[in-house]
Design a protein around this ligand. Structure first.
Ligand code: FE2
Ligand code: FE2
Length: 260
């Protein structure tokens, strides 16, 4: 049975997240721009917390070789994402922004610099496991293709942000939560330490997303477009992340979050 609430799903219950894109114009325009931006932030954060909630899984240890192969695939996927979502998407944002947004363009360029370092981290750990990134030969899982397509279809830097700095990058904070999250139980300490270190770069990236969202949320149409962009991306992303958690040795005990 689905219980309606929006912050944290009690054990065994499905988290329902609001579909802001279906709201009426009047409802979408309730609250100022900051308020709307925070709604998008919290939706991604709630979804990430539920996806990575350790209480939502039981550990199912895998055969060591199967685990190694799955971890290698996972790290290649992460390296691909650091490259595409981390460098190609912010580069597109820079080109889409008007000339008077120089400071924001500069911050996005710094983000690209950080993301290249993140890519290098996964490359290093792949080598530790006897593998390589091989970006050109990486077979993208179907869900990742969908996520990439959603992002490529975005027409403004702000909508890209709703599917990037204000979606996946918010969810990273749930992933690195050692206390409540499942992820630290699925990977070795060396990898977890480096993933945690990557996470230190995320607050400025999320702040880039915040400022991009705030540039484009003055009308019902703009807010609906941002909401829709984030919904499409998060709906696919949660499927991918949950599948990855399972493939690293666990079983999900409750359904994934659902858009209400
Ligand atoms: Fe990154
Ligand atoms: Fe980032």
């Amino acid at each position: 049975m689905i219980t309606k609430q929006y912050t944290q799903a009690p054990e065994g219950k499905t988290l329902l997240v609001p579909s802001y894109s279906k709201w009426s114009d009047d409802r979408l325009m309730e609250g100022d721009d900051q308020n709307f931006m925070k709604k998008l932030y919290h939706r991604a954060k709630d979804l990430g917390d539920d996806c990575y909630d350790a209480m939502a899984y039981e550990l199912t240890p895998l055969d060591p070789e199967i685990y190694r192969q799955n971890l290698i695939y996972y790290m290649r996927r992460r390296a691909w994402s650091e490259w595409f979502f981390g460098t190609v998407s912010p580069a597109r944002q820079i080109t889409l922004l008007p000339d008077d947004q120089e400071a924001l363009k500069f911050r996005l360029a710094r983000q690209i610099h950080d993301e290249i370092r993140h890519y290098d981290v996964f490359e290093k750990h792949l080598r530790r496991y006897g593998a390589e990134v091989n970006l050109n030969e990486f077979q993208l899982p179907e869900i990742l293709v969908r996520m990439q397509k959603v992002q490529l279809e975005m027409e403004t830097a702000s909508e890209i942000a709703a599917t990037n700095q204000f979606a996946g990058e918010v969810v990273l904070t749930s992933m690195t939560d050692r206390e409540k999250g499942i992820f630290a139980k699925l990977v070795d300490e060396e990898l977890m330490d480096d993933i945690e270190n990557i996470e230190m770069d995320e607050p400025p990236h999320v702040a880039n997303g915040r400022d991009l969202i705030l540039l484009f949320c003055a009308t019902p149409d703009q807010r609906r477009r941002l909401a829709s962009a984030q919904e499409q991306y998060l709906a696919a992303m949660v499927q991918l992340h949950a599948l990855e958690i399972v493939k690293l040795g666990s079983r999900r005990l409750r359904p994934l979050p659902v858009f209400d």
